[in-house]
Design a binder for this molecule. Structure first.
Ligand SMILES: Cc1ncc(COP(=O)(O)O)c(C=O)c1O
Length: 391
């Protein structure tokens, strides 16, 4: 989607619709049949879903047996369904369910800790160090001491900082504890080199369509059939009962279109070099006034720069000024009624409240050009210094 006179640098929040999705929608291909119906309108809808299914199987090298893909309304739904679904399964077997998650995971993961005790189960938070990384040995010990059905949520790429946890870490944890592992891969497509290479030693992977240029309110999960869970959405027998409800045909098909386009556009070296150049220039300009979050992490993604400032910069005013100048960027957490709040993720990484409250996240996309980068730098270098000197 072409943005006129705007620079959109908030790809971790959401991505503009891919050209191919826009063209598909513009063409008015309003397939309306119920994909479960046997007449031709239904079959036409079913065909789009099957094409997407086959495409995903190929792209993600999904083993021909033992795995399922199911579509849903996005990662928030999928995570709720998997976690509570495993809790229900444990209850049905008279077992205790233990959910392990990191304190820097997305809120849709972290907030499971509020529901699980109500169901008689337990959630365990795992802390991270100042680089946003977990200590695998500590995680293993924490999981090992619990008895019952266990699930570990592993966030491959952090949405706020861009810190990457290689899948090998999760595999190590799985091998040492034999717990089930769900990988939150929402921020992987187009943002790390091997985004389409899940490791099937792990049990499930969740993706959200709007993060890579497909439509909002749709996503998919790749699931090992061995995962013991009771799906949260009960109803008609759609999707083999993994997620009942009439499928969002157009949304699902947009996943195929957007991922095809992403595969074509993905230029990791260019993206990395755009990010590194901007990051270096920002560091020089800020001096001691700000720092790059997770800079020393062993692995970072290709597109995210998160800055924390050492002083009060009135983030909400800075974001508004950048917006007026034509640049869409964000601070990690949402502002509440225009007032910036401290980022839970940055606090968990040990940053003081002052810095966790004053952060800026810039996240590039696969179509970000060198020209976009220089225009963004013009805006940032003229607006940001005024806020660094805020009394
Ligand atoms: C890492 C991560 N997990 C989960 C989600 C939730 O995704 P959705 O918008 O599809 O519910 C997000 C969205 O920001 C995310 O970044």
């Amino acid at each position: 989607m072409k943005l006129i006179n705007r620079l959109y640098f908030d790809y971790n929040a959401t991505a503009p619709l891919s050209e191919s999705v826009v063209n598909y929608l513009r063409n008015g291909a309003f397939v309306f049949g119920n994909p479960s119906s046997v007449y031709s309108e239904g079959r036409e809808a079913r065909k789009l879903i099957s094409e997407t299914f086959d495409f995903l199987k190929q792209l993600f090298h999904i083993p021909s047996e033992g795995h399922e893909i199911f579509f849903h309304s996005g990662a928030t739904e999928a995570i709720n369904s998997l976690v509570k679904g495993m809790a229900m399964y444990a209850s049905s077997q008279g077992q205790k369910f233990h959910f392990f998650y990191s304190a820097v995971d997305h809120s849709s993961v972290v907030k499971q800790a509020l529901h699980l005790p109500l169901l008689g189960h337990e959630a365990h938070a795992i802390s991270v160090d100042s680089n946003g990384e977990i200590d695998v040995e500590v995680v293993i010990q924490k999981i090992k001491i619990q008895k019952g059905l266990k699930l570990f949520n592993f966030t491959q790429v952090n949405n706020e900082t861009g810190v990457v946890w290689p899948l090998e870490l999760a595999i190590k944890i799985k091998q040492a504890t034999d717990c089930f592992v769900h990988v939150d891969s929402v921020q992987a497509p187009g943002k790390i080199i091997n985004w389409a290479a899940p490791r099937y030693e792990l049990d499930s992977y969740t993706f959200s369509a709007h993060k890579f240029g497909a439509m909002k309110g749709v996503g998919f999960t790749i699931l090992n059939q061995n995962m013991p869970w009771i799906p949260m959405h009960m109803g008609g027998g759609q999707q083999k009962g993994l997620r009942a409800g009439t499928e969002n045909t157009q949304g699902i098909y947009s996943i195929k279109l957007a991922l095809e386009e992403l595969v074509r556009d993905f230029a990791p070296q260019t993206l990395q070099s755009h990010k590194d150049t901007l990051e270096l220039a920002l560091e020089k300009m800020m001096g001691s006034a700000g720092q790059i979050t997770g800079k020393k992490a062993s692995h970072r993604n290709l597109n995210t720069i998160n800055i924390t400032f050492n002083r009060e910069i009135k983030t909400e005013l800075l974001l508004a000024a950048l917006d007026l100048a034509g640049l869409a960027v964000s601070s990690g957490p949402a502002c509440s009624m225009g007032v910036s709040v401290a980022s839970r993720v940055l606090l968990e990484m040990g940053l003081p409240e002052r810095m966790a409250k004053n952060s800026l996240r810039i996240s590039l996309g696969p179509k970000t050009t060198a020209e976009d980068m220089s225009r963004a730098w013009e805006i940032l270098s003229s607006v940001l210094p005024k806020y660094l000197d805020y009394p």
